[in-house]
Design a protein around this ligand. Structure first.
Ligand code: MG
Length: 406
């Protein structure tokens, strides 16, 4: 639980207008983040925005929020961009260089890391290196390189604040407590669109069915991860590093309504939880205004309509991703980077119809079991393994495809 002490508040950080850089501003988390900023104009200001390729949405955001910079990370797009739509005061930057310029500027207070997948590591790393507060929605960063990221944050006295709803709930429940007092944390999971199904029933589900999440509206990658429960597996690993928790102290329970976002059980038997309707704007706002709570745009619970919340034990046979998550959290080292890359590649293959739904996790396990494990890898080694794992999934896919078709 070493990281929690790094969350201590400095008086100067309270009640001034915070200048925010949003990496991945046109995605699901990015647009929710700008909605929060728009609702709190006296407290928050968007100073920089970035998108990979969604130029139209990004230039609209630039007109609306008047940031100092925007960055397009896909360099191939640069020659074709119509810059005349941008406000005169807004500079257009390109690629990882643009990201680093924005996140390390001395005037920036908070960096929101909302780029999906392994691509989010660069910006998070540069922001921590610059000693910034990072509100991170990109769980892949901690999954891939948890020990290195936490170590960097500690060395640079940078603060990592979770945006993931479960981790925000745990973080909120931990306020005012000592890490020694934590008995366990219980991550809640909606169960996704296939809760209650058997493995056999999932053999030939379509991409469209897998994209129908019952409670959360999110981007395609995380929605598929929620259907396989790989999202929860990644969250187990994220919690393991963020809160420095022994994986034996982490549990998962299915809670279909997605109102209780996680529990913390303390040594005396008390359990604290954080509750709110499923709306990412609340954990985003808490990370942006921490430690203050302000009236924002978030939906409220209607106590007059409330009747019951439900819980179930997870079905490990149908959703083997969960066990994989616990195994990777226990082994650490290179496992997180391999699992993360394999999963991203496998989800990509599923979305284009080359892998079946159940194959996603099967491919991840196969690639994980074949990699050369190292207990304390460098960032460069992790980057190499990331590329290797993606190629292995391609190989596995083609092998599997040709076998099933003969
Ligand atoms: Mg989550």
């Amino acid at each position: 639980m070493r990281s929690v002490s790094a969350f201590a508040v400095t008086p100067a950080s309270v009640s001034s207008r915070r200048r925010v850089v949003v990496l991945g501003s046109t995605g699901s988390i990015g647009t929710s983040c700008l909605d929060v900023i728009a609702h709190l104009p006296t407290r928050l200001q968007a100073l920089g925005l970035s998108a990979h390729a969604s130029w139209e949405a990004l230039s609209e955001q630039a007109q609306r929020f008047r940031p100092r910079w925007i960055t397009v990370t896909d360099p191939a797009l640069m020659p074709r961009l119509e810059r005349s739509t941008l406000p005169a005061s807004c500079a257009l930057l390109c690629g990882d260089e643009g990201i680093v310029t924005m996140v390390s500027d001395p005037e920036v207070d908070v960096v929101v890391s909302a780029i999906v997948g392994a691509a989010g590591l660069t910006g998070t790393w540069a922001a921590l290196e610059a000693g910034k507060t990072v509100a991170f929605a990109n769980k892949e960063t901690l999954v891939m390189a948890g020990p290195l990221v936490m170590d960097l944050a500690a060395r640079r006295q940078a603060r990592l604040l979770p945006v993931d709803s479960e981790h925000s709930a745990i973080f909120q429940a931990l306020q005012g407590s000592s890490p020694r007092e934590v008995e366990r944390v219980v991550l809640t999971a909606s169960g996704g669109p296939f809760r209650g199904r058997t493995r056999k029933e999932l053999a030939d589900v379509s991409v469209e069915q897998a994209l129908q999440h019952p409670t959360w509206r999110m981007g395609p990658k995380i929605t598929i991860d929620s259907a396989t429960l790989m999202n929860k597996a990644l969250e187990i690993i994220e919690a393991r590093w963020l809160f420095d928790l022994d994986p034996a102290r982490i549990e998962v329970i299915i809670h279909p309504e997605s109102v209780i976002h996680s529990f913390v059980e303390f040594t005396d038997g008390s359990i604290l939880a954080q509750l709110s309707p499923p709306d990412m704007r609340l954990p985003i706002q808490y990370a942006l205004t921490y430690p203050e709570r302000l009236a924002g745009p978030t939906k409220r619970l209607n106590w007059r309509e409330l009747s019951a919340w439900h819980f179930q034990q997870p079905d490990h046979d149908t959703f083997p991703a969960l066990q994989l998550g616990f195994e990777v959290a226990r082994r650490g080292g290179t496992c997180g980077a391999v699992l993360n890359a394999a999963n991203e590649a496998a989800v990509g293959r599923f979305l284009v119809g080359e892998l079946s739904f159940l194959d996603i996790v099967t491919a991840c396990r196969a690639v994980l079991e074949h990699h050369h494990f190292s207990a304390a890898p460098s960032l460069a080694e992790l980057a190499t393994l990331d590329r290797w794992a993606r190629q292995e999934v391609m190989r596995w896919t083609h092998l599997h495809h040709s076998t099933t078709r003969t």
